[in-house]
Design a protein around this ligand. Structure first.
Ligand code: ATP
Ligand code: MG
Length: 544
């Protein structure tokens, strides 16, 4: 290249100018050189691509692509300070979804709803609720103890020629977690445990709650395999502590106890006790024992396992039933005194009482209700024993799972074996009794939206004079027509209470009369016995 240098000016200035010019030209030549090199590089790529398209068989392309991707990726990651953990959707057996993947998916779905722009929707709770998850290649940033991590959901499609009978199974998904290498220990141990726990907690929070009942054991096709022992339905019941009529202080105590229990995981671990608690609810019929169980389940968001002991064949089956229960649940045994012979082997109470010839009506009803569930021909004597139940409560119960309640209900606490209800087994004993004025006020508020009324004082006095259970009070408060007529409802209750008072008086009278007759009978018998004794004595004296 020719250079034209102007004359004149000091010599050193000319030299500097030439020097700068030379430098600029060299740079231009270098840039040109780079462009030329880049152009030829592009041409080479195009050439390789054309060859690849034309001559490489289609079936090889996928494997070459993944081969290149793998090596480029490895090359890049060798020099990157960031580390990656991947969690595959399927591990081991092809159709077994990895539990950790599902849990992470749940955890990330919460984050995704705040950060992501593209979502994957799915329906849960029997297809009624839409849950948004992370869409493919969408990124979510999470922070743990001040450390930032990046999550991405990736999908790869298997290029194999195999034909799959399950649609969509050629797609493999995985989560990719990226974090800085200096946090390796924190993320791989502590953070991973944290998200697995959080994910599980979210799953439980969002799940459709269930009411389980035990069904008769079913044999499989070869007569030895067992199918599930529990059947379930969706658990929906509006009862809550707000709607239960009982002493306010007692109600608060129970609620506090329950909430303390559900938040006491660490505490139970510290004192070395399994995270479980037993409740015994006792009181006359219709005082709200079953309603309270529902309120407890709603408060803590637990499932209910309603265990019907009369259909359990033996202790082994009982053990299996308890093993199959899940965490965050309540195992309920209603009317425990009617289900189990507390002297040892269980016998249906109806038979037992018939032998004794002194059936109590309300108990009989309950036993009949239980017995009706089983066809007469199939009715077998259960071999569940009290000791079996105690062993399960202490043994298997303490070893399996956590965050569970066991609740027994009974109308007759005095009939229960002390061993069964001692503290440690049944930690809290709650008595539900006849309707007091405080309970009535809750019911009046529930049923009639009423907090005060001129009849309240009369009702208060009547409630103190007679015993009526909350179920009967509630029934009287219920409007009997479409129009809500508060006065009529309250008057109905007053009438019912007055009738109940008269009934009570009559019952008392009858009881006193019976007692009097019994006393007279005894006195007569005693008199007769004395007369006989005297007669015998006289006879013995008269004998020669
Ligand atoms: N304390 C209460 N507060 C509010 N409602 C109540 C109360 N007690 C009973 N009821 C009402 O009465 C009905 C029957 O109550 P529940 O079945 O809970 O009684 P229970 O004590 O379990 O009786 P049983 O001993 O016969 O099983 C419920 O539907 C509920 O509406
Ligand atoms: Mg009940």
């Amino acid at each position: 290249m020719d250079l034209l240098v102007t004359k004149g000016g000091p010599k050193n200035m000319k030299t500097t100018f030439l020097h700068i010019l030379e430098k600029k030209l060299t740079m231009m030549m270098n840039t040109n050189h780079i462009f030329i090199k880049f152009g030829s590089f592009l041409a080479s790529i195009m050439f390789v691509r054309a060859m690849y398209e034309q001559y490489l068989p289609h079936r090889w392309r996928g494997s070459i692509y993944s081969f290149l991707y793998q090596y480029i990726h490895r090359f890049v990651t060798t020099f990157s300070p960031y580390l990656q953990i991947t969690v595959d959707e399927y591990t081991g057996e092809r159709f077994n979804r990895c539990e950790a993947y599902t849990t992470i998916e749940t955890y990330l779905s919460e984050k995704a709803s705040e950060q992501a722009r593209r979502f994957k929707g799915s329906f849960v709770k029997d297809g009624k609720t839409l849950v948004l998850g992370l869409a493919n290649n969408e990124e979510v940033i999470d922070e743990y103890q001040g450390v930032k991590v990046w999550w991405k959901c990736r999908k790869s499609v298997s290029r194999s020629q195999t034909i799959n009978i399950y649609p969509g199974t050629n797609e493999k998904r995985h989560f990719e977690l990226t974090f800085h290498g200096r946090h390796r220990k924190l993320i791989s141990e502590s953070y991973m445990n944290y998200i697995l726990e959080e994910g599980k907690a979210i799953t439980i929070r969002k799940r459709q709650r269930k009411l389980f009942t035990n069904i008769k054991e079913q044999k499989g096709p070869n007569n030895n395999s067992r199918w599930t022992l529990w059947s379930h339905v969706e658990f929906k019941h509006p009862a809550s502590f707000d709607t239960i009529g009982m002493d306010e202080a007692k109600k608060k105590y129970i609620m506090n106890d329950l909430l303390r229990f559900s938040n006491a995981k660490e505490y139970y671990a510290k004192i070395g006790k399994p995270w479980k608690r037993g409740y015994l609810l006792y009181g006359p019929p219709g005082t709200g024992k079953s309603t309270m169980i529902v309120a407890i389940a709603n408060l803590l968001e637990y499932d209910i396992y309603d265990l019907e002991l009369t259909t359990v064949v033996d202790n082994t089956q009982l053990r299996r039933l308890l093993i199959e229960t899940s965490n965050k649940s309540i195992i309920v045994i209603e009317d425990i005194d009617c289900s189990l012979d507390l002297t040892g082997k269980r016998t249906p109470k109806a038979e037992k009482d018939k032998d004794k010839g002194k059936e109590i009506e309300e108990d009989k009803d309950k036993v009949i209700r239980k017995m009706k569930l089983e066809p007469v021909g199939e009715r077998k004597k259960s071999e569940v024993t009290l000791s079996g139940l105690l062993n399960i409560v202490d043994g298997i119960w303490s070893a399996v799972g956590e965050e569970r309640l066991i609740i027994f209900t009974t109308n007759h606490i005095d009939k229960l074996d002390k061993a069964l209800i001692r503290k440690g087994r049944m930690d809290v004993h709650i008595e539900l009794s006849h309707c007091c004025f405080e309970s009535f006020k809750v019911l009046a508020n529930n049923y009639l939206d009423l907090t005060s009324h001129s009849l309240f004082e009369t009702i208060k006095t009547l409630l103190e004079e007679t015993k009526m259970n909350p179920a009967d009070v509630a029934e009287n408060l219920m409007p009997k027509s479409l129009e809500l007529d508060v006065d009529t409802c309250l008057q109905n209750l007053v009438k019912a209470l007055q009738n109940s008072k008269i009934d009570d008086r009559l019952k008392e009278q009858r009881k006193n009369e019976k007692a009097k007759i019994e006393e007279e009978r005894k006195a007569e018998q005693e008199e007769k016995a004395n007369a006989q004794k005297l007669k015998n004595q006289v006879e013995s004296l008269n004998k020669p």
